[in-house]
Design a protein around this ligand. Sequence first.
Ligand code: AMP
Length: 379
Amino acid sequence: MIRPLPPNATIGIVGGGQLGRMSALAAARLGYRCHILTTEPDSPAAQVAAGATLGDYEAPATLRAFAAAVDVITFEFENVSAEGLDLLASLKPVRPSPAILRISQYRIAEKSFLNGVGARTAPWSPVASVAELEAAVARHGLPAILKTTRLGYDGKGQAMLRDAADLAPAFAELSPKPLILEGFVDFAQELSVIVARGADGAVTAFDAVENRHRDHILDLTLAPAQVPDQIAATARSVAIRVAEALELVGLLAVEMFVDSGGRVLVNELAPRPHNSGHWTIDACPVSQFEMHIRAVAGLPLPHATRHSDAVMKNLVGPEETALWPALLAAPGLIPHLYGKTEAREGRKMGHVTRLFPKGALPGPFGIAAALGPAAPASA
Ligand code: AMP
């Protein structure tokens, strides 16, 4: 058990992006202050927080200054080195624990852990040489996906292998080594489940949602996922099993595939709030961000329920950001903007949510109509 953090205590958030911003907004409503560790002046999170430490995530002096300013530490950005995590954990409570971050930072550890607790994944092999890559392709077949084991996001750090001639160039291009080869999953849908767990072992999971990507970047989330009940239930129970096996204190997003046979395979873990949970701000009494703060602060975790169905559409890059005035004028869209000053290509600038009565999530044409000016190509 941990003692609940009293009102006005300061929660330290590593990372200054939109996930930190929305966590800080949820924390403020619960009477907490947030202090952000970020490399970026004028970051989305620091704009809405009580304070910030500006500096390198690896510099001991920066980490010490950050830890001195806070009562408890959590993350919206996971890629802090093992040494940095250990230093932080020696100074203040870190939730989720550094051990969980290390697993999620390293695809080989992540997949080994998942398989070890009985969660299915794509077939995979670690690959440290072209010879190992050839052997792995012989085992798993083509097509397959070669990925870096660290620091990949939004489809960066991976290559699709379609025939034998792709192997050596892809191996040469991706770094650092070792890499990981994954069998290609011909998925019917991509799902995710966000689960929160408290230090007392209380655990609660939001409903499984369906995620659609464009150019490897999340475009649309449908809540709930349009899958048979039994698949949604399996997805939630896998996520809860993983959170319990990790002894998570905090929030965990579990990204999954549903393959053509209806099997649920875990792709990735993210021990933090997740883009596919933004809909919870508007469609749930307690959002993923509030769950995150509650778990980290040792507050009771209410049941993760939703009062509405929802569609969340990301606003990515200059083109979609230019829709903002039209989105503000469109009826029924709930707008969110992250305070980023420059709308670069591929950058997530904000999102809109559209709510529907429970059970009334429309089909593709209805979704496109409901999103109005934000209607995506993928709806
Ligand atoms: P990741 O970087 O692992 O999150 O992968 C990014 C995206 O690539 C996923 O959301 C999928 O659309 C696709 N992807 C990743 N791994 C596989 C796989 N083994 N089979 C098929 N598609 C994949």
